[in-house]
Design a protein around this ligand. Structure first.
Ligand code: P6P
Length: 341
């Protein structure tokens, strides 16, 4: 497989499709439809800063169309495109309370798409990178039946593919289908994603920790100890990690994937009666955990592998520790020391 230069994502998908004798091409077609949706979202995200300059009222634009919030717009674009892909039978979106069953007026397929259409969208006005996160499963119910909740509530280790689009200084696609992690950069002059980061590997140990330390007062003692480790001299490098936190999950994860280190969103006690993590298992933690592991990293909830968690609700939230293997294992070691104390 050529590694960089003019390798398009379609060429890359077809190459990997040829490696799977059972492949029907339906998955390649699914990803190409998702890529088209992402190109449309990217175009609108990149215009966002121009809303005031171009005379868009923010409510009704110059074409007289109602201008939606960008995450709502991204959600509509992805659902509209993917229900017509012929590859999907059901979808779960971070923006929709319930499972979206593909209408039987469309050709249904055997895949399930779970996605966060525009993660980090609250940062758009500050021109901070935002992204679309996606996870793809195969349905487990009989093909002729209506898709059921069991088709979507599958553990992360059963994912067929996962990844994200990053809308920033350039638009990138990073994905895995279980054969490593590959990054593509959109060449807007031709509208093609070209292979720019073949076979991404996350450094075994990092120098950066990424967490919102303003929640210190809401963490329990073990978590304060875990975060304290990354600020201490007590590590193989003999000096504290650097702190980087953008507040946009896809951007914080992408930096962690390329530079190494650890992204953390621990459980907190902002609501003393219902301590919880903020990030969603199905459409955020699980797909990024698949990417992290395929790049040689790890992802846990502090003690348990994210990909092993059996989901019980489509919007359930989890604590998340994800990144370089050494750093994520250290978190678990510290939590287990506290458990055993
Ligand atoms: P906090 C953005 O709103 C988001 O869902 C993720 O993209 C990001 O990692 C997290 O929330 C930031 O949360 O509590 O630090 O503002």
């Amino acid at each position: 497989m050529p590694t960089t230069g003019q390798v398009t994502v379609t060429e890359h998908l077809l190459y990997h499709q040829k490696q799977s004798p059972e492949a029907t091409g339906r998955f390649t077609s699914l990803l190409n439809d998702l890529i088209l949706a992402a190109k449309i979202v990217s175009r609108e995200v990149n215009k966002a800063g121009l809303v005031d300059i171009l005379g868009f009222t923010g409510d009704i634009n110059v074409q007289g169309e109602a201008v939606k919030k960008l995450d709502e717009y991204a959600n509509d674009i992805i659902i509209h495109r993917m229900e017509r892909s012929g590859a999907i039978c059901a979808m779960v979106s971070e923006e929709n309370a319930d499972v979206v069953i593909v209408s039987d007026k469309f050709q249904r397929g055997d895949y399930i798409l779970i996605f966060d259409p525009l993660d980090g969208s609250s940062n758009i006005d500050a021109n901070v990178n935002v992204g679309t996160i996606f996870s793809i499963h195969k349905r487990i119910s009989p093909p002729i039946a209506e898709p059921t909740e069991s088709d979507v509530l599958q553990p992360g280790y059963k994912q067929i593919a996962a990844g994200y689009f990053l809308y920033g200084t350039s638009t990138m696609l990073v994905y895995t289908s279980g054969r490593g992690v590959h990054g593509f950069t959109l060449d807007p002059s031709v509208g093609e994603f070209l292979l720019s980061h073949p076979d991404i590997r996350i450094p075994e140990q990092g120098k950066i920790y990424s967490v919102n330390e303003s929640y210190y007062a809401y963490w329990d003692a073990p978590t304060r100890d875990v975060i304290g480790y990354f600020k201490s001299f007590d590590n193989p490098r003999g000096k504290p990690h650097s702190l980087r936190y953008i507040g946009s999950l896809v951007a914080d994860f992408h930096r962690t994937l390329l530079y190494g280190g650890i992204f953390m969103y621990p459980m907190d006690y902002r609501d003393p009666k219902a301590p919880r993590g903020k990030l969603r298992l199905m459409c955020e933690a699980s797909p990024l955990a698949f990417v992290a592991e395929q790049a040689g990293g790890l992802a846990t909830d502090g003690r348990n592998r994210i990909l092993d968690i059996e989901p019980t609700a489509i919007h359930q939230r989890v604590p998340l520790f994800m990144g370089s293997e050494y750093d994520v294992r250290k978190v678990t070691e510290l939590y287990l020391q506290h458990d055993g104390a």
